[in-house]
Ligand binder design. Structure first.
Ligand code: CAA
Length: 253
């Protein structure tokens, strides 16, 4: 277990916290001494309870909270509830994300809207809900989990790549607003990582993409969590507005 490098009881909220990458981020931040709260969709109540028990089983006390991050109202309610339970959020990791992959000619409006709402509008909804507390504290860390496909585009992902590229525009702009206030805002752009999301792809399509990764393998969720841990650590207060790729060399620029 890594030694605590932060003030005790600093509250970290991870949206999509019980998902593949979210889980690794929650575990790593808990190990680093944060009071971690994992957000999940309201429909996942049972899965979240089981997840919480699993974390307790490996010695990690991580709280869970339901909240539909695609809704501004529900995001505000969720953040207020976290504040009541633990205090204001000091670290926010926007990790909630979905795919609805389709070639553009087959893409229906609901597949477009769902991905923009969950992956991009959620970033506004939740960050806006914690921002004033971060300003008041004179400290904050926001990390947006984007994607290599927001940087380079991907056949079948006009919706997803748009949302993921948008996240980094948000990062660069808000980083400028937070810079003189003790708040950093950064993006992490994972490549293809071993999670349910990439497993849901057609095997042949996934294998062809992984064959093109210079490291010839998929990433591991812990490798994304490690990048997040770096960006939220107290000692890294001079990194802001950055986009940190963790993609095995799949895209460089
Ligand atoms: N470039 C150009 N043409 C391509 C292509 C590519 N990359 N991929 C496929 N095509 C062509 C095919 O050759 C085919 O051509 P013909 O019609 O002339 O035969 C045509 O496009 C249709 O291809 P598909 O058979 O793939 O079409 P489909 O409708 O069956 O499937 C799809 C569409 C589901 C979107 C599929 O293309 C796909 O899965 N794409 C990959 C999407 C992807 O990478 N998703 C990542 C999910 S994980 C994630 O998002 C995490 C993260 O951040 C990385």
């Amino acid at each position: 277990m890594t030694a605590a490098r932060v003030a005790p009881e600093r509250v970290a909220l991870v949206t999509g916290g019980i998902g593949g990458i979210g889980t690794a981020i929650c575990q790593r931040l808990a190990q680093d001494g944060f009071r971690v709260v994992a957000n999940h969709h309201p429909s996942e109540q049972e899965a979240a309870q089981a997840w919480k028990n699993d974390q307790a089983g490996i010695g990690l006390d991580i709280d869970t909270i339901a909240g539909d991050v695609s809704s501004f109202e529900d995001s505000r309610r969720m953040v207020a509830e976290i504040k009541e339970r633990h205090g204001p959020v000091a670290v926010l990791v926007n990790c909630a994300g979905i795919t609805r992959d389709k070639t553009f000619k087959k893409m229906e409006e609901d597949a477009w809207r769902a991905v923009i709402d969950v992956n991009l509008n959620s970033v506004f909804n939740v960050t806006r809900s914690v921002w004033e507390d971060m300003l008041e504290a004179g400290f904050g860390r926001v990390v947006n989990i984007s994607s290599v496909n927001g940087q380079r585009g991907q056949f079948g992902q006009t919706n997803y790549a748009t949302a993921k590229a948008g996240m980094h525009g948000f990062t660069m702009s808000l980083a400028q607003e937070g810079a003189a206030k003790g708040i950093t805002v950064n993006t992490v752009s994972p490549g293809y990582v071993e999670t349910a999301m990439t497993l849901a792809m057609r095997d042949d399509v996934r294998e062809a993409i992984v064959a093109g990764v210079p490291m010839r393998r998929m990433g591991k969720p812990d490798e994304i969590a490690s990048a997040v841990a770096f960006l939220v650590a107290d000692e890294n207060g001079y990194v802001t507005g950055a986009n940190l790729p963790v993609n095995g060399g799949l895209f460089m620029h």
